[in-house]
Ligand binder design. Structure first.
Ligand code: ADP
Ligand code: AMP
Length: 214
């Protein structure tokens, strides 16, 4: 099963993608996580990506597309994968299509996790991330067991720089301008499914499983 998670930043794509990946035994591929790992490891890609991420802008397509195309060509993606945070632009979606078509494949589902902008601002202000293992929490909706310590690895959890209020507004604008058009792109391909992302996390997950129907 090959799935794309669509939705605004903070809509809950990562939260759901991790659970779907576990349920269907497919790899969870988050471009945001890949960039953050590169930043942490001080790679050239990380240095370049950080300049854009800190501004709330998108990392250029030429740094992003090949990364994903190479990743989905790996062995563990043979039975499918779930993309979280990619594609974010029409050219990225087209690059993905070209790569899959070459393999005689196509995406099965694009799931739009629909959340209005007002809720997004609360979600991102309360999001806490573990920069060591990538786990994500929310101070109200999904708190850590010990305050500011990751449940998985015990490292500190932090408010990401790009989750600060001024950057969130910018990211929402980028989302509406560059990413939202993908909803029509996948609607036209007849693979779009929409879930109400304002519901509690468990209910969003049950709805997604019901619409995947497998
Ligand atoms: P995205 O991957 O789309 O940027 P996340 O999955 O990281 O979003 O979720 C953003 C924040 O909102 C996190 O702090 C997460 O714990 C919280 N969250 C996710 N889904 C829900 C939900 N259904 N209800 C309330 N909070 C949620
Ligand atoms: P995320 O963790 O998905 O919220 O992504 C964090 C940041 O990484 C985004 O605000 C972008 O700057 C960058 N990023 C992640 N995925 C992409 C992508 N597909 N295209 C461009 N930039 C991306």
């Amino acid at each position: 099963m090959k799935i794309i998670m669509l939705g605004a930043p903070g809509a809950g794509k990562g939260t759901q993608a991790k659970q779907i990946a576990a349920k269907y035994s497919i790899p969870h591929i988050s471009t945001g996580d890949i960039f953050r790992a590169n930043i942490k490891n001080g790679t050239e890609l990380g240095k370049k990506a950080k300049e854009y991420m800190d501004q709330g802008a998108l990392v250029p397509d030429e740094l992003t597309c090949d990364l994903v195309v190479d990743r989905i060509a790996q062995d563990d993606c043979k039975n499918g994968f779930i993309l979280d945070g990619f594609p974010r632009t029409i050219p990225q979606a087209e690059a993905l299509d070209v790569a899959l078509t070459k393999r005689g494949e196509s995406m099965d589902y694009a799931i739009d996790v629909d959340v209005p902008d007002q809720n997004i601002v609360d979600r991102m202000g309360g999001r806490r991330a573990c920069l060591n293992c990538g786990a994500t929490y929310h101070v109200v909706f999904n708190p850590t067991k010990v305050e500011e310590k990751c449940d998985n690895c015990g490292s500190d959890t932090v408010l990401r720089d790009d989750d600060k209020p001024e950057t969130v507004q910018k990211r929402l604008k980028v989302y509406h301008d560059q990413t939202q058009p993908l909803i029509d792109y996948y609607k036209n391909k007849n693979i779009l499914k929409t879930v109400d992302g304002t519901q509690p996390m468990d209910k969003v997950f049950t709805d997604i499983v019901a619409l995947l129907g497998e």
